[in-house]
Design a binder for this molecule. Sequence first.
Ligand code: NAD
Length: 290
Amino acid sequence: MVGMGMIFEETYRPMFEALHAGGLYRKDFGVAAVSLAAVATRTGSRARAYKKEAGAKIADFTSFEGTDSVDKMIASGVDFVCVASPDDRHFEAAKKAIQAGRHVIIEKPSVLKVQQLDELTALAQEKNVLAKVVYHKLCDPDHKKLRTLVHDGELVHVNNGYCSLLEPKSISKGQFAEWIKGRNPGTYVAVHYIKLIDFTFGGRLKTVSCTGQRGIVGPADGPTWDSTQLRMIYEYADGREAAFDIHTSWVNPDNFPGYVEQEVQFRFDNGVWNGHSRKRGIELTIEGKT
Ligand SMILES: NC(=O)c1ccc[n+]([C@@H]2O[C@H](COP(=O)([O-])OP(=O)(O)OC[C@H]3O[C@@H](n4cnc5c(N)ncnc54)[C@H](O)[C@@H]3O)[C@@H](O)[C@H]2O)c1
């Protein structure tokens, strides 16, 4: 495990503890033991705190710390590396792991430049290892249901839609303050919706454009963005198009009810999918069916 921050606490930790308790079972391969073997962090303090707090919920693991912690962790013989450090530190860790012949999963966004992605993909093919990106939101029940309805032909041809995710200032000014310079909320969270749109509706991305605002997290002429608005146009096999707007920010007031604001709306030939995380859950309209 590279990095033990929020996403480790919320998703990896429960998984490792469940695997420690019960292993991984599938009918075709039976029970497989999966253990957290080692972690690489900068100071080791979170690893120490976790060991103390988790007690018997997790087997003992090795904690590597410092600037060469990833190298030492890979050299210790792990089979699989999960990269969950800040976005701009994914590439180097993933490249080292793949080069050493380890399988890798990387938290979204995998890397910050498409050339880096090409490099990792080519390297993974050469080394014959698995290298995948984690989008845990794809497993949200509403995301799965939407894809099922589209796949089954209940919802016909998406024409347009919008998605919005507003994160609180505590993210940009607190949790990420140390490594936010030069970054934007689009690469941080719009990627979830790009993945949802791509995975659910398929098609070919024709154009992408983006605007943004600055002045809260950093100076108005600096490299760090408060909010971004992305527009993507897709074309489908029948020649028809769809447009999607994705608005994201990380400067919402910290006292905003519900922590984050998440909303999506997709409009089809025969229906509308409305999702709002706080207010109404999912509201689906299909002509002749709802
Ligand atoms: N899939 C999701 O929905 C989701 C949600 C939140 C975060 N994430 C992604 O997970 C990653 C981590 O986010 P987070 O919210 O846990 O961040 P965080 O700031 O809470 O934690 C990052 C951790 O990485 C450690 N770290 C920093 N530099 C390191 C290095 N060079 N080597 C090893 N460890 C290092 C930090 O000490 C910290 O413990 C980000 O890429 C983020 O985009 C994904």
